[in-house]
Design a protein around this ligand. Structure first.
Ligand SMILES: [Zn+2]
Length: 298
């Protein structure tokens, strides 16, 4: 398969294999989906590395009045008692650089998605960690061995400094042994030409988004600035369990998605519906999400 074309593999899952979502999240192998798009001279590939079922109010709407939550879920054709999260690392091929943003919950899910995209893991030159939550760092290493042995490691300075002192089991297993190898970025610094860090603090102390620009085309990699396409964008002030500073996370959501809406930019978000690329428009004080469809095919 030619990965220079937009590819979508693994989508033809026989219907007979479908089981209720909660059961699938526990038992199904990684879905191994990939999808590529062109951004100027960059090739951007969304890699579906895993998924997780959850209870939506306790995950995405801690402070929502129950009746308001139920009504909003119904308006959006979503169940009020269960939700799915998807994990979408992103690979950016930019000249000679092959840059992976985030790594999923474990190496197996990410490696399956890379295989679906016909991308050799050994070709990855840089791994960028947007923040140090388990669903982003879990695929970085296993048993003290890095998954991408040839890659430079990059993350935000504030983020690394926080987690080094946090006493977090997952960070200590997956990242701490390699902490000295990381290049630490501040806001507005470049990972590579055209790929610039944006401070998006709140979800975690040093969470970073990235601005991708090539040949006049632009895409914002928002990572976990919003965690759910309907709940977190439609109601940006609803508190997300994983937002470590909830007020700062909501303010960051409004700042970054406000900019994305006002400048009419596409974005790719780690937990957005696969292939995780979409747009937002302002909707009163809130935002309305629209998935990208064929905009990148033209
Ligand atoms: Zn996440």
């Amino acid at each position: 398969m030619n990965r220079r074309q937009a590819i979508l593999t693994g989508a033809a899952m026989p219907l007979a294999t479908l089981t209720p979502m909660a059961a699938r999240a526990q038992t199904a192998p990684p879905p191994a989906l990939s999808r590529s798009l062109t951004l100027g001279s960059f090739r951007v590939t969304a890699l579906l590395a895993g998924s997780q079922a959850s209870e939506p109010v306790g995950t995405f709407a801690l402070n929502a009045p129950p009746e308001e939550f139920a009504a909003f879920a119904a308006e959006n054709f979503l169940p009020a008692d269960r939700a799915m999260s998807y994990y979408t690392p992103v690979l950016v091929e930019a000249g000679s650089e092959v840059i992976l943003f985030d790594t999923g919950a474990n190496p197996a899910g990410l490696l399956a998605a890379l295989e679906a995209a016909a991308i050799d893991p050994a070709s990855i030159t840089t791994v960028v960690i947007t923040h140090m939550h388990g669903d982003h760092i879990g695929g970085l290493s296993e048993g003290g061995t890095l998954t991408f042995a040839n890659a430079n490691l990059v993350t935000g300075r504030v983020e690394m400094e926080y987690w080094l002192g946090a006493g977090n089991e997952t960070f200590d297993a997956k990242v701490r042994p390699f902490a000295d190898a990381f290049t630490l970025l501040d806001g507005d610094q470049e990972v590579a030409p055209g790929i610039t860090a944006i401070e998006a603090f709140g979800h975690s102390p040093g969470h970073m988004a990235f601005d991708l620009q090539s040949e006049g085309r632009r895409l914002i990699l928002t990572a976990d600035t919003a965690n759910h396409y309907a709940f977190s964008l439609g109601r940006p002030d609803w508190e997300v369990r994983f937002d470590m500073d909830k007020a700062a996370a909501a303010a960051t959501r409004r700042r970054i998605f406000g900019m994305i809406a006002d400048e009419r930019l596409p974005f790719i978000g780690y937990h957005m519906p696969f292939p995780a690329v979409g747009y937002v428009a302002r909707d009163g004080d809130n935002f309305r999400y629209m998935p990208a469809t064929y905009q990148f095919d033209l």
